[in-house]
Design a protein around this ligand. Sequence first.
Ligand SMILES: *Cc1c(COP(=O)(O)O)cnc(C)c1O
Length: 397
Amino acid sequence: MNRPQPSRRVQKLTSAIFTEMAQRKKEAARTVRVIDLGIGSPDQPPAPHLVEALTAAVQRPDVYGYPMSEGSPHFRQAVAEWYTYRFGVELDPDQEVHALMGSQDGLAHVAMAWVDPGEIVLVPDPGYPIYAGSVHLAGAEMYPMPLREENGYLPDLEAIPEEVRKRAKLMILNYPNNPVSAVAPLSFFEQVVRFARQYGIMVVHDLAYSEMAFDGYRPPSFLQVAGAKDVAIEFNSFSKSFNMAGCRIAYVVGNAELIQPLAMIKSNIDYGVFYPVQEMAIAALRGDMSGHFPNTIGPLYQERRDVLLTGLNQIGWTIPAPKATMFVWASIPRGWSSRQFAFRLLEQAGVVVIPGSAFGAEGEGYVRIALVKKPDELLEAVGRIEQSGILHQVPQQ
Ligand SMILES: *Cc1c(COP(=O)(O)O)cnc(C)c1O
C-alpha cells in the first residue's frame, strides 16, 4: 500500500533512547520485578483536602461548560496571591497570569508563538526533552547551551557566539533543573536579564520544581530579579508541587505582552482546564498560604534522596546530594557509555534509570535516577546494584 510519510516535524519528536528503554523494560519484566527509577511521575496521591475540593466541585451543575482558556478569575487571583506570598512577586491576575493544561502545553507551544524558521532558540543541554521538541514543532533552529559540572551546571553566556546571539529570539532555562537537579543563584538570573536586554532575547523559565527542595533551600522565581518581567515569562505547575501530574494544570506568568502570543495560540487550540481541576488547584495554593496545610513534598523527597545516596555511597557510588527536584544526576564509572550502562543495569539488576545522553550530548557520562519509589524500594535497588557488581565491571566493547 502506498501511504504518505509523517511530517519531518513529527519524525524529529521521537526520542530513540526513551523508546528503546521502554522496550527493554518490557522484556526484562518477564523474568524480574523491575524497579522503575526512570519515569519522572510522582508516585504519591494529592493531599486529602485537594481531592475534597475536586469532588465537591464536580457535584456542581454549572462546571460542565467550556472553561475559559486563560483560567477562571478565581484561579488567576489565587496564583497572583501565591506568587506574592511565596516569591514577593506582584502580578496582575487579569493580564499577567494564564492557565495551561500542564507546563508541557505551554512549553510545547511557546516556540511556535515566537519563532519562525531561520531563528534560533537557546536551549540547555542536557535539557528536558520538550524544549527541543518545541523548537522542532516551530520549524526553528536550536542552539544547545552546555550545562557542565565545572560551571555549576549554569550555561556560559560568554561562550555563545555573537552571530548566534543576534539570531536568537528565546532562551529556555530551568532551575531547579531536570535532569541535572542543579539550582541557580539570583546573581545568575541577573546576568541573564542583562544579556536578554542587550540582545533582544525573551527568557522562558521553567520552575516546575519550585516546591521540591531540601535542607531549607527555597528556589527563587526568575521574576524576583529587577527588570525580569520586561524580558521573561515563567511556567509553574501543580504536577510536582502538589502531586497533581494527572490533573493537567499549570500556568504561565509574566508581562502581558509576552504572554499574549502564547495565549493566542492556546485560544485557537484548546478551551482551557476543566473547572473542578481549577478549584482543586486553588485549594492547593490557598491551603499552602493559610499555613493549615504545609507542603510536605520537600521532606518526602529529601528522605528518599538521603536513603538512596547513603546506600549508594556505602557500595562505592558517590553522588553529590541535590538541593532540589525528584532526580539524582549520577556520573557513571569510566569506560561505559550512559546508554550501555543503563541497559546493563536493567539486565543485571532490574533497575531502570535514564541514560544522560537521552537529554542531549552533554548528558553523556551520567544517568538520571528518579526518586519515585518509597525508601524500602530504593534500598532494594541499592542492594541489587551491589549484587550485580556493575560498578566494578569493565564493559565489553
Ligand atoms: C515534569 C516537568 C514538566 C511538566 O509539567 P506538567 O505541568 O505536568 O506538564 C515541565 N518541566 C519540567 C522540567 C518537568 O520536569
